[in-house]
Design a binder for this molecule. Structure first.
Ligand code: BGC
Length: 392
């Protein structure tokens, strides 16, 4: 099916509402079924290169979506997994922080990886491991969850404090980006995830005063750095020192709210991403992407929809949600990417040969669909807070 046919098939009719609701149910069921007893969310259970691993990035957005649709227990089980992984590496983190303080930063290979096995080990496959964004995103997701349910955060306190120390000491280092590429650059979306996490967790009151101040100050420093070095021609850039964009930047507008969706940098970032790396409602990762031929990513379209929703463009957000629904297979599974209009079709076969067909389902795709549907009030909303200790 072409993108055009897909679009026509999902005009906003009552039928499309039914399909949204069916996909909401299917997505929640899939995520709950796949979540490990350890709390980890496998990125894509059947895809050879991802099977058996949980990423801090994917998992944090999945937990946020599950929290947003009222599945607090699922989100909290994931936070427990994160906390165990981090606490078990307390010594490693203290060493990294110490080395950064002494001006002799640890090598990239000694930094925390982006993904772990479902039981929290590092796994034996080579990976593009040093990525900082997920450690910010888990703090952000935890703080969002606290904001929704008033959950007492004390059981995650040690892991939160270690994460804050780690990020405050190392945020300015180059590392691999969301796509596990370009370790030589400082990526603006990575910076945004860290700033969002530090700012949000500081506001929950879980940090001791001195560390809360450090987290707030670092978040402000990062935001100023983004505004001064991560903006060209009025829009955010893929990394410091380029004019290119990347669809991961949309997350900084929503849901991370590092930028106000109505300010001009945000609006221009959306415009440029739509003009350069979106066709219809389907967003690509970046210009020149060749991974599986460089297809459109439903989860990135959801970030685009969230940015539009935050700017008050509900109709566009809804159109995007309908397009995302059209990417689901007959069995209701949403892939990592669709191959309808590839940027570099000549690369497709070599990836299939290497790792098999593209990841499908991808839990993060389902989660972002849920998160956008929740934003548009098309999912069950979380009921009254379960255990607010603050009486608010
Ligand atoms: C993507 C990552 C993602 C991982 C697991 C990779 O292809 O580049 O962003 O975390 O898959 O879904």
């Amino acid at each position: 099916m072409t993108a055009e046919q897909a679009r026509r098939a999902v005009e906003s009719t009552p039928d499309s509402l039914i399909r949204i609701q069916e996909l909401v149910d299917a997505s929640i069921t899939l995520i709950l079924q796949q979540q490990s007893s350890t709390g980890a969310y496998p990125a894509s259970p059947g895809f050879s290169a991802y099977a058996g691993y949980c990423w801090f990035r994917d998992g944090s957005f999945i937990a946020d979506a599950m929290s947003a649709v009222g599945h607090a227990d699922s989100a909290e089980a994931f936070f427990d997994w994160c906390a165990r992984v981090i606490e078990e590496r307390e010594q490693q983190i203290s060493g990294i922080v110490e080395q950064a303080k002494n001006g002799t930063p640890a090598p990239d290979t000694a930094m925390l990886p982006t993904r772990y096995t479902l039981t929290g080990e590092e796994g034996s496959d080579d990976w593009w491991d040093f990525q900082l964004d997920g450690y910010g995103t888990w703090l952000w997701a935890l703080a969002q969850h606290h904001g929704r349910f008033g959950t007492d955060l004390s059981r995650w306190g040690t892991a939160v404090r270690l994460s804050v120390e780690y990020l405050c000491s190392s945020w300015s280092r180059p590392c691999f980006d969301w796509w596990e590429e370009h370790a030589e650059h400082v990526h603006v979306s990575t910076l945004g995830c860290i700033a969002a996490g530090l700012r949000a967790i500081a506001a929950t009151g879980i940090l001791p005063e001195g560390q809360a101040l450090a987290a707030r100050t670092t978040a402000e420093d990062i935001t100023s750095f983004i505004q001064s070095q991560g903006v060209r021609a009025g829009h955010l850039t893929k990394w410091i020192g380029t004019e290119e964009v990347d669809a991961s930047l949309l997350a900084l507008i929503a849901p991370l709210a590092v930028l106000n969706a109505r300010e001009s940098i945000a609006a221009l970032t959306v415009d440029v991403i739509e003009a350069r790396i979106t066709v219809g409602e389907g967003a690509y990762r970046y210009a020149g992407d060749t991974y599986y031929g460089g297809g459109q990513w439903p989860l990135l379209s959801c970030f685009l929809g969230l940015a539009h929703a935050a700017a008050g463009h509900g109709e566009r957000a809804r159109q995007i949600l309908d397009w995302v629904v059209s990417t689901a297979g007959a069995d209701g599974s949403i892939p990592e990417q669709v191959d309808w209009q590839l940027l570099a079709p000549e690369y497709y076969a070599q990836w299939v040969e290497r790792w098999g067909r593209p990841a499908d389902p991808l839990l993060w795709s389902h989660a972002m669909f849920l998160r956008l549907a929740a934003e548009l009030r098309l999912t069950p909303q979380p009921s009254t807070p379960r255990h607010r200790e603050d009486g608010a």
